[in-house]
Design a protein around this ligand. Structure first.
Ligand SMILES: [Zn+2]
Length: 420
């Protein structure tokens, strides 16, 4: 996978397996896919689950070869490639010869840097040349001063330059202390061209060359300045994304992962309540779409987890446990925003936040027990289960051994102030 570009059909097949595994599909039955895969594969801080995308992961691995073409310049494989495709030392990055027979592998590696490739923009933005001797670096055409080529930063000067293909070294003629010798077409420069030229000189004056060292390629997004596949993937997944304050902060490791994922879906209205199943044509005409707890309203996630009298009572019971008063918000996501924007610190913050996950999860299990097993509903029983879950999760996570689960439930006021 790290050497060859994955065929699209194979990538699709792997992606399909990933989805089937995630949603719990079996050969006989396809489960409801409640969220778009693009959403699931977003990074957690952007509101997703951080599941990796096959094609981009493959391209990011392949990008190591794209980079190593320069890093390994003295190795045999690079010499063979340079010889075969007639690429001189001024060519820093994998590039295609103008004509001739080209292997698919080399073509795939070169194409990574294309702006049309999904990681192309990451690669072209991520590297620059650290100039030492300036001998292998093109003055106008390589990125070595600032974040763009000088050709892009000073297009007018490039147009009238007589040194379009010169190296940095040859523009700075003579010994290391020599002046920059920019040459332009022999005519008088107008005022704005002169200003541009002075601006360029000011930037160049900050550069000193060192004859003894070769120029090197640097990668912007790693501490050691070398490209890593991980950094390519991370940069790619940030393109066009912005932080999702609520969904990005749900991953606190206070409860089992399945409960965290369930809460993440519930806050986005993406759990299989009857309203959601109707919208996906899973529930047929004639079947009940009302809330199984009260039979009074359509069973939307907001109703089931918040507005139904049963759920409202469970939340009130848990908030009583905390001596916190509340006003029922409009939606579950509003409740979550309020819940996680709390003034608690240390252990009590963790117990408070775990109470949110435990309440949601316990209500969902009670609802399913009612729907599938005809169990009876009881607010007090669900409230006790919430407290038990919180106590067990907290005892496990923080190693609180001196209090039993029952004591934890009874003496919350004292336990929440414990110093760990
Ligand atoms: Zn209801």
């Amino acid at each position: 996978m790290s050497m060859f570009k994955i065929p699209v059909a194979v990538a699709k097949a792997i992606g399909k397996l990933q989805k089937q595994f995630f949603w719990g599909d079996t050969l006989e039955k396809r489960k409801v896919h409640l969220l778009k895969w693009e959403k699931v594969t977003k990074k957690k801080e952007f509101g997703g689950l951080g599941v990796r995308r096959v094609i981009q992961q493959n391209l990011a691995l392949l990008a190591r070869w794209w980079w190593r073409f320069n890093e390994d310049k003295d190795s045999l494989w690079v010499k063979v490639i340079r010889g075969k495709y007639n690429l001189d030392n001024g060519v820093w990055l994998p590039s295609l010869p103008r004509s001739g027979c080209i292997s698919n592998l080399w073509r795939d590696i070169c194409s990574l840097g294309d702006p049309s490739s999904s990681i192309g923009p990451v690669l072209s933005e991520g590297f620059r040349i650290q100039v030492h001797s300036g001998q292998d670096t093109s003055f106008w055409n390589h990125i070595w001063l600032g974040d763009r080529t000088l050709k892009e930063a000073f297009p007018r000067l490039f147009l009238i330059s007589n040194q379009k293909e010169d190296t940095v070294r040859s523009v700075k003629d003579g010994s290391g202390n020599a002046q920059w010798k920019l040459q332009f077409r022999t005519r008088r420069m107008n005022v704005w061209e002169t200003n541009l030229s002075e601006g360029l000189h000011q930037r160049l004056d900050l550069v000193t060359l060192d004859q003894a060292k070769r120029d090197v390629l640097q990668w912007k997004w790693t501490a050691d300045k070398r490209l890593s596949s991980k950094s390519v993937y991370q940069q790619w997944e940030q393109i066009g994304q912005s932080r999702n304050q609520l969904l990005g902060s749900l991953w606190k490791n206070l409860c089992p992962p399945k409960v965290e994922i369930f809460s993440w879906m519930a806050i986005q209205d993406r759990v299989p309540t009857r309203s959601v199943l109707v919208s996906r044509n899973i529930i047929q005409e004639g079947q009940s779409v009302s809330c199984p707890l009260c039979s009074l309203q359509l069973e939307t996630p907001d109703h089931l987890f918040l507005h139904c009298f049963f759920s409202w009572n469970v939340w009130s019971l848990i908030l009583d446990w905390w001596h916190v008063s509340w006003v029922c918000p409009n939606s579950l996501s509003d409740l979550a925003l309020w819940w996680f924007d709390n003034g608690f610190r240390n252990l009590e913050k963790n117990i408070w936040e775990a109470s949110f996950y435990a309440t949601l999860w316990s209500m969902w299990l009670a609802r399913n027990d009612l729907v599938f097993n005809n169990a009876t509903l009881n607010v007090e029983v669900v409230g006790e289960l919430v407290k038990t879950r919180v106590a067990m999760w907290m005892k496990t996570k923080f190693g609180i051994k001196v209090y039993s689960v029952e004591e934890f439930k009874l003496f919350l006021d004292g336990i929440r102030k414990l110093k760990l």
